[in-house]
Design a protein around this ligand. Structure first.
Ligand code: PGA
Length: 254
């Protein structure tokens, strides 16, 4: 698609603050002057403020791993879009499969979160993907379309253009099983087709569609070489600087 690859690391609930700060410093040093790629990291909430200071001026963006759908109020233990924005985030993961499957998040809640993120100018990285059962039953496209339709309900075209969509087959997350580049590209094409039908070609082409699920240095090149894969969302391999840098390098050389 001729876009700069967008590589995002999702640290999940890993690392200490000291390790995270050190990681961000080294990442910034290593990526200095590297303009052919866009890179971001999603640290745990409590690291955001410190990491944001480290990343200042580096061109590396920072995302939160979640937000609540409300901007403020009596939601004990939750974090709002405004709070992560204030801490320096430009992006936020919404609808990650761990949120959907471990914490019971449903499409309507995810839709509300996307709207709230957009209302404060945070870019959602909207995650979708089918389970192993759903794939084996031949329902991948049905599931992905339903997640897209419900997640994007009531969001206007201008906002859709700002989105990053991450296709992450649930069976490939943290399992070591990656979708083959062709399998991933087929679903990415389907997503692009959905966006084209709903919002027109220009908007569909400007949306970044990332692949996620056991991305590692060894499979990066062939994934990113696929025509419809604009970037990668990396979990396990993003918490070790060496492997994350290898992924970024492999994605840069095309
Ligand atoms: P993984 O996680 O790379 O460890 O499979 C991906 C993700 O959860 O975004």
């Amino acid at each position: 698609m001729g876009k700069k690859p967008f590589i995002v690391g999702n640290w999940k609930m890993n690392l200490t603050l000291a390790e995270g700060v050190e990681f961000a410093k080294s990442l910034g040093n290593n990526l200095h002057g590297k303009n052919e790629i866009m890179c971001g990291i999603c640290p745990p909430f409590i690291f955001l403020k410190d990491i944001s200071k480290v990343l200042e001026g580096s061109g590396i963006c920072m995302g939160a791993q979640n937000i609540h759908s409300e901007i403020n109020g009596a939601y004990t233990g939750e974090i709002s879009a405004l709070m992560v924005k204030e801490a320096g985030c430009t992006h936020v993961l919404i609808g990650h499969s761990e949120r959907r499957h471990l914490f019971g998040e449903i499409d309507s809640f995810i839709n509300a979160k996307i709207k709230t993120a957009l209302s404060v100018n945070l870019k959602p990285i909207f995650c979708i993907g089918e389970t192993l059962n759903e794939r084996e039953e031949g329902r991948t496209k049905y599931v992905v379309k339903k997640q897209l339709k419900n997640g994007l309900m009531g969001i206007d075209n201008k906002c859709v253009e700002e989105l990053v969509i991450a296709y992450e087959p649930v069976w490939a997350i943290g399992t070591g099983k990656t979708a083959s580049p062709e399998q991933a590209n087929e679903v990415h094409s389907f997503i692009r087709g959905f966006l084209t039908d709903e919002y027109g070609k220009d908007i569909a082409n400007s949306v970044y569609i990332q692949y996620g699920g056991s991305v590692k240095p060894e499979n990066t090149k062939e994934l990113i070489a696929q025509t419809e894969i604009d970037g990668l969302l990396v979990g396990g391999a993003s918490i070790k600087l060496e492997s994350f840098l290898k992924i970024i390098d492999a994605a840069s050389i095309q």
